[in-house]
Design a protein around this ligand. Structure first.
Ligand code: AMP
Ligand code: MG
Length: 427
């Protein structure tokens, strides 16, 4: 044992803060190896870039106009030349987007130009159409209305030839697909999808669509966790419901370890179930049982299972439906992203006023379900959902955010600002 204490991955029980638990997971997981997959852009949304994309061209490829107007040599705007207060130019032709210029433009001349059309050499400024007086080929405008270089988009101002446009590990969003398309790319090199085996455990847990015997409960965790995994871009291997039976658990875990990169289970790690789960996991690999100082979601197990040459990472989540989801987001999400080759980035926390007082004791992190909405004064505020029980899944459905009450934080007074983790983002 070192001064730091035993590794949280060692078999046995460990008391950890959320920060310690997250750090231990992120330290343990490194990106999977495997050949990158060349994938059409249309199938790349949410996937992880396997290599830096180096820009094969300048975007835009030419200096071009940001407005419909007249292009001219901005030198005429020098204070001396513009003394009269009005610039007068002769229009000698026009250039549309997509056209190559055929006209030479001399001193005192200008060119009608459309948005996106290439600026001819020497023409560095565009006066918008609406600022011009037009009389046949005579164009005039106020010399103060534009400055030299106005309304010019510079070659390479978006993406520059030879420079990285996107970095390996980037998770592709809609704008990124547009950006890759703007480089003329129709395919992109991606990490393969993470394969995640998912099962629920418990004698009382019944798959939806089956009759519900007395004392049983429908399996909601596979539905919610499976969806959360797909949102992360994972391929889900659904292994159903496993009874509280060591032989069955062993068989399913072996199957999972042989086929998946990661295994997500729910149920079976809380005190009542832990003993038989623990002995099976000890046989199959190295798994630490954690009591994470968080609510909901204290019992949790993390480690690696071995199946011949293969290794699969296990995240064993608590069974209560809210605890299962919250521990998934807090403890598993970033680890899975890292395993998939992504660089997980901290999700932004917003500071929002709490409508009511919140009781909280220091020494654990709490994730309370809540709704962020605008109050009568137009300010954004957060209201907790009434029932914060770890089994009340409606608290997630009817909320749009988690209030994060940090480890050292104590109770919150009404009107105080709290940190909030919104469920949904823009993209
Ligand atoms: P456990 O962690 O196995 O002790 O389960 C804690 C609570 O969560 C119990 O009330 C279980 O019935 C419930 N539970 C466990 N697994 C599921 C599941 N897959 N879907 C819904 N509830 C579950
Ligand atoms: Mg159970």
């Amino acid at each position: 044992m070192t001064e730091l204490g035993p590794s949280p991955l060692a078999a046995g029980e460990h008391n950890l803060s959320v920060a310690q638990a997250r750090a231990a997971i992120l330290l343990a997981l490194s990106p999977l190896e495997g050949a990158p997959q060349t994938t059409p852009l249309a199938q790349a949304l949410g996937r992880v870039l396997a290599a830096d994309v180096i820009s094969p061209l300048d975007v835009p490829a030419h200096d071009n106009s940001a407005m419909d107007g007249y292009a001219f040599d901005g030198a005429v705007l020098s204070p001396k030349l513009a003394r009269s207060g009005r610039i007068e130019l002769q229009a000698v032709g026009s250039v549309m987007a997509g056209q190559a210029l055929a006209h030479a433009v001399g001193q005192g001349q200008c060119l009608r130009i459309m948005t996106g059309a290439v600026l001819p050499p020497g023409q560095d400024t565009v006066v918008p159409l609406e600022l011009c007086s037009i009389d046949g080929e005579h164009i005039s405008f106020d010399a103060m209305a534009v400055r030299r270089g106005d309304n010019r988009r510079m070659r390479g101002e978006d993406l520059t030839l030879g420079r990285p446009a996107l970095l390996a590990g980037h998770v592709l969003r809609p704008a990124d697909l547009g950006l890759l398309a703007s480089l003329g790319l129709s395919e992109v090199s991606l990490h393969r999808r993470l394969r995640v085996a998912l099962f629920s455990s418990g004698d009382e847990v019944v798959a939806p669509g089956q009759p519900l015997p007395p004392g049983s409960i429908y399996d909601s965790n596979r539905a919610s966790l499976g969806a959360a995994l797909r949102r992360l871009g994972a391929e889900v291997i659904d292994l159903g419901v496993v009874r509280d039976d060591p032989a069955e658990l062993r068989a399913v875990l072996q199957q999972a370890a042989a086929s998946a990169d990661a295994i997500i289970t729910s149920g079976g790690v809380s005190a009542g179930d832990a003993d038989h789960t623990r002995s099976v996991l000890a046989e199959l690999g190295q798994v630490g049982f954690w009591k994470v100082a968080m609510r909901p979601g204290r019992p949790f197990a993390f480690g690696a299972l071995q199946a011949g040459e293969r290794k699969a990472w296990l995240f064993a989540l608590p069974g209560n439906p809210v605890a299962a989801l919250v521990t998934f987001y807090v403890l598993a999400r970033d680890g899975l992203l890292q395993l998939a080759g992504a660089r997980p980035q901290a999700l932004p926390l917003l500071r929002v006023r709490s409508v009511a007082a919140i009781r909280k004791r220091p020494g654990r992190t709490e994730y309370q379900r809540a709704t962020v909405a605008q109050g009568d004064d137009g300010q954004w505020q957060v209201t907790l959902f009434g029932s914060q029980g770890a089994g009340i899944l409606r608290s997630m459905s009817e909320s749009n955010a988690l209030v994060v009450l940090h480890h050292e934080q104590g109770s919150v007074a009404a009107g105080e600002m709290v940190d909030v983790w919104p469920f949904d983002g823009l993209v």
